[in-house]
Design a binder for this molecule. Structure first.
Ligand code: P6P
Length: 344
């Protein structure tokens, strides 16, 4: 076990990447460092949630028509309050808020747009299952410099993200992020005694093919024939293709994604006819699928909506939902072949 004080902090890692990027101005470093502070505050609250009255639901419903947990509200407020004054953001997008979140006039604005799911998996908060924060960062389009907050500035395809990552609040608090352009995917573990994230997973690469499939099989009555055939494929015995796969499903996207990123495998949340208002599945393009799609692509994996790359979807609205197949490249390509009808 490395002695406590050793190890590269995430701040040192970000600064090193800044030095290696000739166009870097330090703005991005400031942004990421402040987000890390917000995550440390959320981590502390999540870890003591069982001891204070911050468990349970608020009795409110969010724009996703989901029960709002007290920790959801806390996490959302912490990120907004910490990030709005750093002078690097044009605006923010939160899963918890229906509209764009502007920067109050007393603070300077910047060119970055932060999109986030403040506490993903919140239905697991009260049962001590890992939950997390997912984030993606765009640069504002070089549209006219009007100070108007334009949705067009934000509705960019995931391929335009300049960075993405997540924090997992579980047995330990881990941060995983990438700035793309072959800089790799790197993981850092929070040492509470130091208050620092130290490099623990350098240059994460996802296995090209896995042995794990993650999906909520309780939804199978609502799937179409192609989805049923795909899931049945992973469950069918076939020695040369290493099947049946093992089923692992926590119900927290960040936890299921992180396990498959490290071990290999595929996470699926297909379109279903369970809720006529959500025909394209439950997960959100802008604050969940796009950030994780950037991470997995940089780690050698792939993310699809069943017909093509998640990162190439031109968003039409802020809280657009998409079917999500994400993980090991070969497994996701196979899923895409089933869902698009190229194979059965
Ligand atoms: P289901 C959590 O509420 C979440 O948004 C993701 O974290 C998770 O992958 C998914 O929903 C679980 O949904 O329908 O399987 O409970």
């Amino acid at each position: 076990m490395e002695k406590q004080g050793a190890g590269i902090t995430v701040t040192q890692h970000i600064l090193k990447q800044q030095r290696e990027n000739p166009e870097a101005t330090g703005a991005f470093t400031t942004l990421l460092n402040e987000l890390i502070v917000a995550a440390k505050v959320i981590s502390r609250e999540v870890n003591k949630a069982g001891l204070v009255d911050i468990l349970g639901a608020t009795g409110k419903i969010n724009v996703q028509e989901e029960q709002v947990q007290k920790l959801d509200v806390f996490a959302n407020q912490i990120i907004i309050e910490r990030m709005q004054h750093i002078g690097q953001l044009w605006c923010m997008v939160s899963e918890e808020d229906p509209d764009l979140i502007g920067i109050p006039s007393q603070y300077p604005k910047g060119d970055y747009i932060l999109l986030f799911d403040p506490l993903d998996g919140s239905s697991n908060i009260d049962v001590n299952v890992s939950i997390g924060t997912i984030f993606g960062i765009f640069k504002k389009k070089d549209s006219d410099s009007s100070s108007d907050l334009l949705l067009g500035d934000v509705l960019q395809p995931g391929i335009s993200q300049v960075a993405a990552g997540y924090f997992i609040y579980g047995s330990s608090t881990i941060m995983v992020y990438t700035t793309g352009n072959n800089t790799g995917v790197h993981g850092f573990t929070l040492f509470p005694s130091l208050g620092e994230f130290l490099l623990s997973h350098e240059n994460i690469r996802i296995p090209e093919q896995g042995k794990i499939y993650s999906i909520n099989e309780g939804n199978c009555p609502y799937w179409d024939e192609r989805t049923l055939a795909l899931v049945d494929y992973f469950k069918t015995r076939n020695k040369e293709t290493g099947r049946p796969y093992t089923s692992r499903y926590v119900g927290s996207l960040v936890a299921d994604f992180h396990r498959n990123l490290l071990k290999g495998g595929i996470f699926m949340y297909p379109a279903d006819n369970k809720d006529p208002k959500k025909p394209t599945g439950k997960l959100r393009l802008m604050v969940e699928a796009n950030p994780l799609a950037m991470v997995v692509k940089e780690a050698g994996g792939y993310a699809s909506d069943g017909h093509g790359p998640i990162l190439e979807i031109a968003p039409l609205e802020l809280h657009q939902r998409v079917p999500l197949y994400i993980g090991s490249k070969k497994d996701v390509e196979l899923a895409e072949a089933f869902i698009s009808g190229k194979r059965s």
